[in-house]
Ligand binder design. Structure first.
Ligand code: LFR
Length: 476
């Protein structure tokens, strides 16, 4: 096809969206058709994703996409956050999938490390230690494993509900801790050592693979039997596809709930120093390696806003994020830079209180006002981004000369400027919808509406959404 109309379903940890992309004739046009919240639910046994609600929203969004477009949809692709999964038996979901911010995983970490020590685990899977990596969560589900016959990651689970196909898309499979980053295949020997039956790991597919067509039930809701195409189903993999640069010496920050900071490489770096610096080797589209570190990200801001909203009285409404960022911009004095990666900031809750506690423990001035606190978060994130780019360059032996900020964080001018200032590098911000764009382009390429390497796709992104430039200012 010379032109294609595809729908990207992009589920983030705080909201989901359905975006239609029209691709062809060297052009890329996007239309937002649906946006919905993603509210986790806490039950007696912990924090869960409301996956049924998300599935309902996906179907409704696709129906909307199909209604709005004169023609029909040529394909749909799904991406989401990583690591979380559902266990199934004969196609039936066993329990409500957990949220990676649930605190059940400490026991899982201990169990796995007793069987395979951290340094050895890294040599196998090349993953930054995060307590919620799938491999640790599976250890918490040990009692269900003998009953389960499949483990499906969130985007794969939704694709299964849509089509009936049970597969594991490779970029997201690379976040489980059970994939060999050298071969891109399941490390079944590692899985058996950890008590994970290899039979629950689905056949792997690459982005671009065709997964089948909507089931009759799904097609009835959507209004059409749309084909489903695998994309970089890990949202960060799709975002990296849409980094608008054809140069190899750029660093990226995919900045949403998390700030994923690193480089794209051809081969994994599995050294002890990469492990010590907490770098991950996740799978990218077209077999590229996403060599990056998870920085805590805009979660610190959104969760602070939520904390203040909870404490607001009926007469006194709480400020919006935009108002808080204005107040933060107006702060003139120096603010404390804290360690955003401290694990205390991972679980939901009173982030402002935890920042103040961190400052007290480290004997540094705690922010006094909300404006100062927000400024302190922004400066601390920027410092972490700058340090991480520097570290990635050192570990990979490739100096980054520019930092691309893609995702929602590209809208945060204070953060983009602070990142330029603190790194001494030019920051190029945008596109905001990088993840959806990467999702769209991989589908469009599979359909023949655009062709070439990732560099060709990125050239198209650069022409259709030129980034905003921030130059570093002298530091005082
Ligand atoms: C970003 C992201 C990160 C992953 C984290 C948890 O949305 O996918 O890449 O580490 O969420 O899944």
């Amino acid at each position: 096809a010379a032109r294609a109309t595809v729908a990207a379903v992009d589920l983030g940890a705080t909201s989901g969206r359905v975006i239609v992309g029209h691709v062809g004739g060297g052009e890329l046009r996007l239309r937002h058709v649906a946006r919905f919240g993603n509210e986790p639910v806490r039950t007696r046994d912990g924090l869960h994703w409301n996956l049924l609600e998300l599935y309902r929203q996906v179907l409704a969004g696709l129906a909307e996409a199909r209604r709005d477009d004169a023609g029909s949809l040529d394909s749909v692709g799904i991406d989401s956050w990583a690591v979380d999964y559902g266990l199934l038996r004969r196609g039936r979901l066993l329990g409500v999938p957990y949220h990676y911010r649930d605190d059940r995983t400490a026991a899982g970490v201990e169990h796995v490390h007793a069987l395979v020590p951290p340094d050895e685990l890294y040599r196998h899977n090349g993953l930054q230690h995060l307590p919620f990596n799938t491999v640790f969560q599976l250890a918490c589900d040990a009692d269900l494993l003998p009953v389960a016959d499949r483990m499906l990651l969130v985007p794969d689970l939704l694709a299964y509900w849509l089509t009936g196909a049970q597969v594991a898309e490779r970029t997201n499979a690379s976040t489980t801790g059970l994939l060999d980053p050298r071969t891109g295949e399941w490390d079944t020997a590692l899985a058996s050592r950890l008590g994970v039956p290899a039979s629950i790991l689905p056949p792997l597919v690459d982005p671009g693979a065709s997964l089948g067509v909507l089931t009759d039930e799904a097609a009835r809701v959507v209004g059409q039997g749309v084909p489903v195409t695998a994309v970089g189903s890990h949202d960060t993999a799709s975002a990296v596809v849409a980094v608008p640069s054809t140069d190899r010496d750029v660093a990226y920050v995919s900045c949403g709930t998390w700030g994923l900071v690193g480089l794209e490489l051809d081969a994994p770096v599995l050294t002890e120093s990469a492990r010590a610096a907490r770098f991950t080797n996740e799978g990218g589209v077209d077999g590229r390696v996403r060599f990056l570190h998870n920085v805590m990200g805009l979660w610190l801001l959104s969760e602070s806003v939520r904390t203040w909203e909870r404490s607001a009285t009926t007469e006194q409404r709480s400020s919006t994020l935009a108002e808080l960022l204005d107040a933060a911009t107006a702060v003139t004095g120096p603010v404390t830079v804290f360690d955003v990666d401290d694990p205390r900031f991972l679980p939901p809750g009173d982030i402002p209180g935890r920042i103040v506690a961190w400052c007290r423990e480290h004997d540094v001035a705690a922010p006094q006002t909300r404006g100062e606190l927000v400024r302190s978060i922004v400066e601390s994130l920027a410092q972490a981004f700058a340090d991480t780019v520097d570290e990635a360059s050192r570990l990979a032996g490739r100096r980054a000369t520019v930092i691309h900020v893609v995702g929602g964080g590209a809208l945060n001018t204070l953060l983009c400027q602070a990142t330029a200032d603190r790194s001494g590098l030019t920051v190029l911000a945008g596109p905001v919808e990088a993840t959806a764009i990467g999702n769209v382009l991989v589908q469009a390429r599979a359909l023949g509406a655009v062709d070439g390497t990732l560099e060709d796709l990125r050239d198209l992104v650069l022409r259709s959404s030129p980034p905003v430039r921030y130059e570093p200012r002298a530091q005082h």
